[in-house]
Design a protein around this ligand. Structure first.
Ligand code: ATR
Length: 280
């Protein structure tokens, strides 16, 4: 990359670490952001050994990298590695964005704000006053709780196979934040209608169908699956009820844009990048 006088610019290096990592779309997304904003960065995907995440991060710092994204299965390990955490990382209990700043590792989590932005900006869905149902109580669900609460919905119900996990999740968030109406349920007992239903379970990867009733999708319901790349059984079910259906590609691009903003102080436009990525 050069400046307007064709002098080479200092290029700051970033990476995404995961295992596996070959499928990651993050390098393409960040390359598009860099091109669009003129920011001199290089971003690559790095396979970290399952037992070698901390060593991989130390190695990046020694090489002068400025930051990194973290994906499965290292988000919790990244959380424990940080010297400082943002509020949204603390609330999520996981870290997906690291900044390396004068020998300090600062951990952030941009997943939740990525989802909230996708829902409100790209799908123009007002979360304020909405009845939200979150399916799942694992790391992905916990990661999005704070931004959902901050959007001031009427209620958030968490449904999970393991009810104790869902209960633990709402107790934890209620202890830290002023919250809206919170409830837990198993899938079979869900009866009332919801305006937004978000699938944060990991079952999109399989063909398992969650035992939820077709009657819980309110009129004009938005059914959102955090997975992307293929129609999941949840999306198919939601579509059959007439719900508007969305996959997690927008969330992926929005969480990347937020990380880019954390690192560079510049907010890239996401719409053209979502469009570009949806053709891959
Ligand atoms: P992640 O970090 O992706 O959220 P996780 O923490 O392992 O991964 O959580 C996976 C989520 O998917 C959990 O809510 C899990 O439900 P349980 O807590 O009851 O285990 C849910 N899940 C995974 N497989 C499932 C299945 N076959 N049926 C129902 N829920 C499932």
């Amino acid at each position: 990359m050069t400046d307007k006088y064709d002098k080479p610019l200092n290029i700051d290096r970033y990476a995404v670490l995961g295992n596996p990592i070959a499928h990651s779309k993050s390098p393409q997304i960040h390359a598009a952001f860099a091109k669009q904003t003129g920011q001199p960065i290089n971003y690559e995907a790095i396979l970290a050994p399952i037992d070698g995440f901390a060593a991989s991060i130390k190695n990046l710092i020694a090489q002068g990298y400025k930051g990194a994204n973290v994906t499965v299965p290292f988000k919790f390990e990244a959380f424990n590695l940080c010297d400082e955490l943002t509020e949204r990382a603390t609330s999520a209990g996981a870290v997906n964005t690291l900044s390396f700043n004068q020998n300090k590792i600062i951990g952030d989590n941009t997943d939740g704000v990525g989802l909230a932005r996708d829902l409100t900006l790209n799908y123009s869905y007002a979360l304020k006053g909405a009845r939200i149902l979150l399916l799942g109580a694992g790391g992905a669900a916990q990661g999005v709780m704070l931004p959902l609460i901050n959007a001031e919905p009427a209620s958030i119900t968490i449904a999970n196979r393991n009810l104790e996990k869902a209960q633990f999740m709402i107790q934890k968030i209620a202890a830290q934040h002023a919250v809206c109406n919170l409830a837990v349920s198993n899938y079979e007992n869900l009866q009332s209608k919801f305006d937004v239903i978000i699938n944060a379970t990991s079952i999109g990867l399989s063909d398992t169908i969650l035992p939820i009733s077709n009657t819980i999708f309110a009129k004009n319901c938005l059914a959102y699956d955090m997975m992307y790349g293929r129609e999941t059984p949840f999306m198919a079910k939601a579509r059959s009820t007439g719900a508007q259906v969305a996959d997690g590609l927008g969330m992926l691009v929005e969480q990347a844009a937020e990380a880019f903003y954390v690192w560079r102080g510049v907010r890239p436009e996401t719409a053209p990048v979502i469009k570009m990525m949806s053709t891959y």
